[in-house]
Design a protein around this ligand. Sequence first.
Ligand SMILES: CSC[C@H]1O[C@@H](n2cnc3c(O)ncnc32)[C@H](O)[C@@H]1O
Ligand SMILES: [Zn+2]
Length: 447
Amino acid sequence: MTQNAANSIKQVDTLIHARWVIPVNTNRDILEHHSLAIQGDSIIDILPTTDVDGRYQASQEHNLDRHALIPGFINAHGHAAMSLFRGLADDLPLMDWLNNHIWPAEGRWVSEEFVHDGTRLSIAEMIRCGTTTYSDNYFYPDASASAANNAGMRAQIVFPILDFPTTWGKDADDYIEKGLATHDKFRNHSLVRVGFGPHAPYTVSDEPLKKIATLAEQLDLPVQMHIHESADEINQAMEKDGRRPIQRLADIGFLSPRLQCVHMTQMNEADYQLIARNGCHVVHCPESNLKLASGFMPLDRMQQEGINVALGTDGCASNNDLDMLGEMRTAALLAKAVGHNATALSAHEALAAATINGARAMGIEDQVGSLENGKLADIAAFALDDIENYPLYNPVSQLVYTATRNQATHVWVNGRLLMDNRRLTTLDGPFLIENARQWQKKISERA
Ligand SMILES: CSC[C@H]1O[C@@H](n2cnc3c(O)ncnc32)[C@H](O)[C@@H]1O
Ligand SMILES: [Zn+2]
């Protein structure tokens, strides 16, 4: 190599060479034998692997020649600490599950320590399935935000707001005050963004909702809420004031592009128009909706209306896992069944719902959600070379319809390697298992 050529070789932090790179862009490209060059926290180049020599060298190099690289999953709705309640109350409808099982358990157990421990357990599970960003709606948001930061994971932390007291707060004003203190603490943080998480239309009254809408606009923050989750919710609201919850929210000026509406299984014509017209996002949690028999979110109709639909697992007490591969598959199958349409939610669309649509819903689409030059290096690699993967015509089809989460091998967030060939680098798996066992022992002794 001549001196001039050697001088033009750029030193980068990481080079990843992959069999397939799936950027999740509008062209639906699948790049074969391509490499990603990462400098600091960002992707600075995506190029054919044959062109890397002479252009880049790196301190860390990964040859993933049987793998697909995708933008890390964005799990757009969940309650991370609830992993400690996994399997505690199964096979129940939403309101019975919540009123008679989950809320009493939360009243007894939820503390800062519980949230810290449960959140770390969930982050480990999420990394192990290729997730790089998650949204969390739970008590003690300081503890969950710190857990995300310490694990190197990206998180949208929407602090809870309810009209009634819990172990963390007294009333809506108190929740808002405490949550905004967490927002102050993590302002301009590189991984954590704090927003508002009013629980649901049936647990938060008009005055706090108006206050949240005003503050969210002033502070430029996201808002996420469970809305139209079950038929009971609609029936109760109609009996109480003759309006469907989404209409009530529209009437008080709560609907906006900042709003991420979780669930939306109960829809009529007017509901679609309200959501579409106000630019609200929908977060679809198909497995939680199925397990609690809440209803079916009409995904293909949402798409026809141009509504952005992201994907979330919901908490581990109603799913009961945090597996975004499984969630994509369920979403794709369910959309076809519910829409009586086999073309509803194609494999590529399911992957988009689990990545770029989540980023769009959270207002971070310019930073993450696809593999592009200049975006943050939030990346997941999946090994696609087992018996179960052959023949392999299309890696996107494999990811959505065939692969299982133990095929996730590597995960990077902000260019930092959080899972290296299935080894967690920032969390101690055996310790987390032992810690979860201790909680199980305590909780089952007093159940
Ligand atoms: C506002 S903090 C979170 C609060 O929500 C409860 N929760 C968990 N999953 C659901 C769901 O599917 N619908 C309604 N509420 C849910 C959780 O237990 C916390 O109390
Ligand atoms: Zn939820």
